[in-house]
Design a binder for this molecule. Structure first.
Ligand code: GLN
Length: 389
């Protein structure tokens, strides 16, 4: 038999999604793969029901239904503080997963370098391999997960084609400050690179932190492919609605890549989601408040259990320190946690370039009762998982 593709031998399946399958097998409270267990906004669901009887069952325009792009352009223009042309500056994708992949394929040639901050969302590694890019990893240093300016400039000296910026950041919860983003922008300009953002947690930011869209920095619109999705903002991760926003010359290329990858996102879902895109500012303030309460509830519970953890500034993840258990393999720890304690988590090693085995990631995008159930199970963690030290 001939060999299968060499590219795919460079990575395993997604550890995040594997943990969800393990949780389903052993009925664990799944705080591994980040998705809510509460309902999307009622108005969106009501519109979805209506849409099923309307004329939205065939392909939409490949780069996104006109109505959806119009509503998205208006919403993002409001938050990004600049005009966005729905005809030329947007391509609608199947989730931000496709947006990131299409953005990478639009920008890099095989052999080009891309800067990735570590820890990073695991898809970026696979995106780099599939598009033939070579990642240069730059560490974000705990507890604040800031970068060292010299380390970042050293990476830029290797002449990367692009930098990938996840902000607010998964899994660290870091929200980059305006000054940090300005510094990145100065290097992007100096070394002539692009920035591909992943801003899916743009509306999940905790006071006093603020989200700055990288494309809104002076001179950065021309160089930025802003990727995001509706998954987290409207609690519809299964709808797979994402997008790239960028200047027309970049979107022209991204449209072609997207067209041949997937043709288009689901037409009825785009139409139903327009209802959400038309929500007023209150919706986003409420969302941030709701997640702030969940974060506070969950972190307080972890504190009461005396489990050391990160304090996220945005997004909905927290890293727990499991050093006291002395495990060599954080994957094995997570399997025991799911099977014997009944809580699903993701091994930290799947996010770090550095050899890290003492962290696990949990998320708090769940009903309060689910979070409380997880916390009460975690009470037994020390009794049920024997220490290996
Ligand atoms: N972003 C989510 C996480 O990190 C998962 C996204 C996905 O599985 N597509 O858990």
């Amino acid at each position: 038999m001939p060999e299968l593709s060499a590219k795919t031998q460079g990575f395993t399946d997604s550890v995040i999604r594997r943990m969800t399958r393990i949780c389903m097998e052993c009925d664990a409270v799944n705080l591994s793969q980040g998705f809510p267990d509460f309902d999307p906004p009622r108005e969106i669901l009501e519109r979805l029901a209506e849409v099923s009887y309307e004329d939205f069952h065939q392909y939409s325009i490949t780069w996104g239904a006109q109505n959806f792009r119009q509503a998205l352009a208006e919403k993002q223009a409001r938050f990004m503080g600049r005009a966005i042309n729905p005809e030329t500056d947007i391509v609608v994708t199947c989730g931000s997963t496709e947006a990131m992949m299409a953005a990478m394929m639009s920008v890099v040639n095989p052999g080009d370098k891309v800067i990735v901050f570590s820890p990073f969302y695991e898809n970026y590694g696979a995106d780099a391999i599939l598009s033939g890019a070579k990642p240069i990893y730059v560490p974000l240093h705990p507890p604040e997960f800031g970068f060292d300016p010299d380390e970042l400039e050293a990476a830029f000296r290797q002449r990367p084609k692009a930098l990938i910026l996840c902000n607010p950041s998964n899994p660290s919860g870091k929200v980059f400050t305006y000054e940090e983003l300005e510094f990145i922008a100065s290097l992007v300009e100096k070394y002539d690179a692009f920035v591909i953002t992943d801003e899916v947690y743009e509306h999940i930011v905790f006071e006093p932190y603020k989200h700055t869209y990288f494309a809104s920095l002076p001179g950065m619109w021309e160089r930025t492919l802003s990727c995001s999705s509706l998954s987290k903002t409207y609690s519809i991760t299964g709808w797979r609605l994402g997008y790239i926003i960028a200047p027309a010359n970049i979107i022209d290329v991204a449209k072609k890549v997207h067209d041949f990858l997937t043709v288009g996102a689901a037409a009825p879902l785009q139409e139903a989601a327009v209802t959400g895109l038309r929500f007023g500012d209150d919706y986003y303030a409420d969302l941030a408040r709701k997640y702030t309460n969940k974060r506070n509830l969950f972190l307080k519970g972890l504190d009461e259990l005396n489990i050391a953890h990160t304090v996220p500034q945005g997004a909905y993840y927290v890293l727990l320190d499991i050093s006291e258990f002395g495990f060599e393999s954080d994957l094995e720890f997570c399997e025991l946690l799911a099977r014997d304690v009944g809580v699903g988590a993701v091994p930290g090693s799947s996010f770090f370039r550095e050899p890290v085995n003492h962290l696990i990631r949990l998320h708090f995008a769940k009903k309060d009762e689910t979070l409380l159930a997880a916390l009460s199970r975690l009470e037994n963690m020390r009794a049920k998982i024997p220490c290996r030290k």
